[in-house]
Ligand binder design. Structure first.
Ligand code: NAI
Ligand code: MG
Length: 348
């Protein structure tokens, strides 16, 4: 089996973590008699400085026949953030209509968690990725005057809720069969009551999934108090953004948090660590490559190689049991290279 992927290492520690993750993905694929055919793309900050644009105009077309994209990070101190974040990663998510953002969070033996009780956490945040409070609808008037006004309108539409919800219910079927819809429908009476109604309809198609509705403030408290009881969290764009950062630090930090942006039923998706380009540690060889490797495992799983994905996760778990492999963000003195070779060695 041949899996054609594209790789965008990007800026800062992006190329460092991608370089550490790729050999692991190649080795895991090979163990399943598959070969990764990689299209390497130099999109990002340097290209922006050289040509005025972080990626070519026909970017979506260039990667459209690839089954998946592994992305590192963008952002460099000498280029305004919005040029690269909006000019590359957000633009790609929009052009490929990547409607759902998946952010799995779990704890790992040997890795300290921010809370005593966060061991054995294993949850999946399914975040609607295109509308809600981030739809970009609104305006600002009377600029600079005493009555200056800003209006930000949240947009929630039935088809968009439906596609995110179906994806979340299917994910719950493959996990513990429990799903929590996160809303604020006690205080916001229009958009989030639509979420409640649509999700109840979809729930009827999935009688084997237990579905509860939880208000976002209560969910934030529960994630701190009893994170172990949670499995799939279905969230709007804003709530998913906030809760996934909370969940990530609960269980090991930004260097451990992977994500996938997918268009349900279509390829390519973009698989990327949640973290950014970390200019404060770039070039020192200490970036934690696990978030990128775990994003790569999600890529393998969605590309028809679930056994290769499981191998990657097992090798990471094994490597993390030895504190000598831990990078400084995990409290250790290990390097990217040391952690990466421990994972690679564990693949056998
Ligand atoms: P950041 O995630 O790059 O860094 C936040 C903190 O976490 C830093 O102290 C960093 O050293 C640490 N950190 C992050 N990833 C790490 C890893 N793998 N190993 C060890 N430590 C790690 O976020 P920040 O500082 O807000 O943004 C830096 C740049 O990245 C900005 O230009 C920003 O726009 C960009 N960015 C890009 C994203 C993307 O490409 N998807 C996402 C978030 C930020
Ligand atoms: Mg965020």
């Amino acid at each position: 089996m041949r899996v054609r992927i594209a790789v965008i290492p990007g800026d800062g520690i992006g190329p460092e973590v991608v370089a550490a993750a790729l050999p692991v993905l190649h080795a895991a694929a090979r163990a399943e008699a598959a070969e990764l055919d990689v299209l390497d793309l130099d999109w990002g900050g340097q290209r922006h400085l050289d040509t005025g644009s972080p990626m070519p105009e026909d970017a979506a077309k260039i990667i459209s026949d690839r089954s998946a994209v592994l992305f590192g990070a963008v952002g460099r101190p000498d280029v305004p953030d919005h040029e690269l974040v909006w000019g590359l990663i957000i633009a790609l998510r929009q052009q490929l209509d990547l409607a759902v953002n998946l952010r799995p969070v779990r704890s790992w033996d040997g890795v300290a968690t921010a809370l005593r009780d966060a061991h054995d956490v294993d949850l999946l945040i399914v975040r609607e990725n295109t509308e809600g409070e981030y739809a970009g609808v609104g305006g600002r008037v009377h600029r600079g005057r005493p009555g200056e006004l800003g209006v930000e309108v949240a947009v929630h539409s039935r088809p968009v809720i439906e596609r995110a919800a179906r994806h979340a219910f299917q994910a719950a079927q493959g996990r513990s069969g429990r799903l929590a819809l996160v809303t604020k429908s006690n205080a916001m009476r229009f958009g989030y009551t639509l979420w409640d109604a649509v999700v109840d309809e979809i729930a009827a198609e999935f009688p084997d999934v237990e579905c509860e509705h939880v208000l976002v403030d209560a969910m934030a408290a529960r994630m701190i108090q009893k994170p172990r009881g949670l499995d799939v969290l279905l969230c709007s764009n804003l709530f998913g953004d906030i809760l996934s950062d909370l969940a990530a630090v609960l269980a090991g930090g930004m260097g451990m948090a992977p994500s996938a942006n997918v268009a349900p039923g279509r390829t390519p998706g973009i698989y990327e660590p949640v973290h950014g380009s970390a200019p404060d540690i770039v070039g020192r060889g200490v970036a934690n490559p696990v978030a990128c490797m775990l994003s790569g495992a999600m890529l393998l799983e969605d590309s028809g190689l679930p056994k290769a994905a499981a191998r990657v996760r097992e090798a990471i778990a094994e490597a993390l049991r030895d504190p000598a492999n831990h990078t400084p963000d995990l409290g250790g003195t290990g390097t990217t290279e040391r952690l990466a070779s421990a994972v690679l060695g564990g693949l056998g």
